[in-house]
Structures are given as structure tokens and as C-alpha cells.
Design a binder for this molecule. Structure first.
Ligand code: HEC
Ligand code: HEC
Length: 344
């Protein structure tokens, strides 16, 4: 409780000492701790190097919602990664950043990042702590130098104290602390409480309808080689036939330079997919129906097309509806509405 009071005092302008002494109600942040959902594998992120603490998480959250990262203080991480769409961006096919410029890729959801082996559609970033550097420096995203951000943070009236609380052993604000705080916030964005999760964990009172179960079975049969396991991705790079001209974006090839990687993109998780349109790296499809129509009858051939999709995936109209019904059971309202993850 003493720590909570201290954090709140420094972090917020609202709570007075008096209200803390009166044993103010605990905020939902008070019991904050990273934990692995029962149906999930062990995480990939090395928490021994950056354990999640309440103060670190709160600092990361504040940074995530702060436009201080962008050159002209207009764009925050949260402008492209919005909580109600599972921290993705829904109103543009590709991301919309500084000076009204558009990027070439759709902003993905940020959820279950602690289990990821690589980041970005081409896997170009190997560690979560390094992701923000790319966003900050990207000329069509935030267009700022990380060193400038660190300077701005050190001069800020509140951040030096907040960093001290999160990283007491460090004297001043460094780039590493900034990145680690952001990772602490992002690592807490765990989505594992959808109706599907309750169903597979056999929790009482949560069953799926006949159509949803039929959809789950179809999904396991036809989609789960790539959208595998509880994360709904096997974390590989594949060409799923949405394009046959990759001159605009070569995908994995932009990282590996291998011809065999042209047109291959990271298999995305499908958790909260109902909330994250438009779909694919280029935001090509506006609805889940259009995605299913693509797999059934829209596959475009090219040299790197995945062998599994050479003949498309045979699906009747009823089967498409059932798969869509199943995909909607992956929506996790408790995650999307979690007040701990909103702007404070
Ligand atoms: C202008 C919009 C924009 C802003 C601002 C932005 N992002 Fe992103 N973010 C994207 C796009 C687009 C991608 C996908 C990039 C790619 O695949 O090349 C992405 C990818 C990511 C990913 C990887 C997700 C995945 O599934 O691979 C993370 C994590 C992330 N951003 C965090 C952040 C953080 C933290 C900030 C603030 C420092 C930030 N983003 C600012 C648009 C944005
Ligand atoms: C051969 C591997 C493979 C199979 C099989 C496959 N997918 Fe995909 N899926 C991908 C890849 C790769 C992407 C991303 C492609 C891109 O953006 O360029 C993707 C993207 C998606 C997306 C878009 C998600 C987003 O956030 O943009 C949805 C939805 C989807 N797949 C659903 C399905 C369904 C449903 C099935 C079964 C009917 C299926 N997939 C079968 C590889 C596959």
C-alpha cells in the first residue's frame, strides 16, 4: 500500500496524500504481475532481464500514450495501436503517421507479444525491446531520433521521477530504460480470456454453439497448419496468395534477401481478429467474409505461393459461415476493455 501511494502521488495529479492515508481503494494496477495462461506455452521474452513491475508498467503505459516520441509531438504509439481494436488500427488499410503520411503496411494488433520470436510483417525486428526504435525513427511514423526523445524525457517535469520509481538503480533516463518500460507495458497485453479460451480450458458455464464448434473443427482441419496452436500462428513466413506482384513490398525477402522469400509475410495471430480489420499486411480485405472468399476462390499464383494453398481451400458457404462464427469466439472483450491498458 505504501508503494502504491508513492506511485500514485508521483504519477497523478489527482490523489492527495490525505486520500491515500484514508486507505484509498486499490487501483486495478495494484496487483499487477505477468502470468502465463493455463493453455499457453512458455513465453519467449526473457523476463529475468526486464521483470514487469507496477511502476515499470505504469511508466510504459504513460509512454505508449504520449506523443513525446514523435518529432512534432503529434503522434503517440496509441494513435496507431488502439485498445478497442486489440491495439491495431482499423480505419486505414495501411498505417497513418506523422504529417499525414501513410506507411505501406497495416498496423498489427499488439497482444501476446511475450510469445513472439520475431516482430513486424517481415520479421525484421528480432526483439520486443527494439520495436519502438523502428517506429520512432520511421520517417512516415514518428520521424524522431531516439536520442532526442531521451533528452526530452530527461528535461520533462515528471518523467525523471517516474523513471526513478521504475528503475531505482539507474541515475538518469536512458534509451534502454525507455525501451524496457514500453516492453513491460506491452508484455502485459495478454489476450487469453475469449470464449474459445474458456472452452478449451473447460471452464464452467462457457460452451460454444454447434456452428462455432463446427467452425473450430473446420479451422483445425484447414487453417491450423499455419495459424497454429494457442497463439494462432506457427511464427513462420508464408505467401498466402493475396498478390502475385510484390514490387511494392517483398516481405520477408526485405530482411533475408533470399529470392525464395519474396512475397512471404509473417503468419498473423487470429486472436481478436473480429476487431482488427482490414486484413493482411496491406489491409487488402475489409471483412472476414472477403478473407474466406479469398482462401476458397481468390488465391493468386506466384513462384513462392505456399504449397498448402496451390489449389485454394475448398469451402462451402455454410463452412465459411461456421469458420467466421468460430473466429468470433476469439474476441476477448475483457482484454479490449481492460482499464489497466487504457490511457490514464
Ligand atoms: C504511424 C503508425 C504507427 C505508430 C505511431 C507506431 N506503430 Fe507500431 N506498428 C505500425 C505498423 C504499420 C507496424 C507493422 C510494421 C511492419 O510490419 O513493417 C507496427 C508494428 C508494431 C509492433 C509489432 C507487432 C507485430 O505483430 O509484429 C509493435 C510491438 C509495435 N508496433 C509497437 C509500437 C510502439 C511501442 C510504438 C510507439 C513507440 C509504435 N508501435 C508506434 C504502426 C505504428
Ligand atoms: C499456408 C499457410 C496459411 C493457411 C493454410 C491459412 N493462412 Fe491465413 N494467413 C497466412 C498468412 C501468411 C497471412 C498473412 C498474409 C499477408 O498479409 O501477406 C494470413 C492472414 C490471415 C488473416 C488476416 C489476419 C490479419 O490480422 O490481417 C486471416 C483472417 C486468416 N489468415 C484466416 C485464415 C483462415 C480462416 C484459414 C483457413 C480457411 C487460413 N487463414 C489459412 C497463412 C495461412
Amino acid at each position: 500500500m505504501r508503494n502504491l501511494c508513492k506511485n500514485l502521488l508521483v504519477a497523478s495529479l489527482l490523489l492527495s496524500l490525505a486520500s491515500c492515508q484514508k486507505d484509498a481503494p486499490q487501483t486495478p494496477d495494484a496487483e499487477l504481475k505477468f502470468s502465463v495462461p493455463k493453455n499457453f506455452p512458455a513465453p519467449v521474452y526473457d523476463f529475468t532481464k526486464n521483470e514487469v513491475t507496477t511502476a515499470g508498467f505504469q511508466l510504459g503505459r504513460r509512454l505508449f500514450y504520449d506523443a513525446i516520441f514523435s518529432r512534432d509531438s503529434t503522434i503517440a504509439c496509441a494513435d496507431c495501436h488502439i485498445s478497442f481494436s486489440a491495439f491495431s488500427h482499423v480505419d486505414h488499410p495501411t498505417s497513418h503517421g506523422i504529417d499525414g503520411l501513410f506507411g505501406k503496411r497495416n498496423a498489427p494488433a499488439i497482444q501476446n507479444m511475450a510469445w513472439r520470436t520475431t516482430f513486424f510483417w517481415d520479421g525484421g525486428v528480432p526483439h520486443l525491446d527494439l520495436v519502438p526504435l523502428n517506429a520512432i525513427q520511421n520517417p512516415v511514423e514518428m520521424d524522431e531520433l531516439p536520442a532526442n526523445v531521451v533528452r526530452k524525457l530527461n528535461r520533462h517535469p515528471e518523467y525523471p521521477q517516474l523513471f526513478k520509481l521504475a528503475f531505482p538503480e539507474r541515475d538518469s533516463i536512458t534509451g534502454a530504460s525507455m525501451l524496457q518500460a514500453l516492453s513491460q507495458f506491452m508484455n502485459m497485453l495478454v489476450s487469453a480470456d475469449s470464449r474459445y479460451d474458456r472452452f478449451v480450458r473447460n471452464e464452467p458455464g462457457n460452451s460454444l454453439s454447434t456452428d462455432e464448434i463446427a467452425g473450430l473443427n473446420l479451422f483445425r482441419e484447414k487453417c491450423s497448419t499455419c495459424h497454429a496452436g494457442e497463439l494462432f500462428t506457427d511464427q513462420t513466413f508464408r505467401n498466402n496468395g493475396i498478390l502475385n506482384d510484390f514490387s511494392l513490398d517483398k516481405g520477408r525477402n526485405e530482411v533475408s534477401a533470399l529470392a525464395e522469400d519474396i512475397g512471404k509475410f509473417a503468419v498473423p495471430s487470429l486472436r481478436n481478429v473480429e476487431k482488427t480489420p482490414p486484413y493482411m499486411h496491406n489491409g487488402k480485405f475489409p471483412t472476414l467474409q472477403s478473407v474466406l472468399d479469398h482462401y476458397a476462390s481468390g488465391i493468386k499464383n506466384s513462384p513462392t505461393l505456399d504449397p498448402l494453398l496451390q489449389n485454394g481451400i475448398a469451402l462451402s458457404d455454410t463452412e465459411k459461415k461456421q469458420i467466421i462464427a468460430f473466429l468470433k469466439t476469439l474476441t476477448d472483450e475483457n482484454f479490449i476493455r481492460d482499464v489497466r491498458f487504457q490511457k490514464h
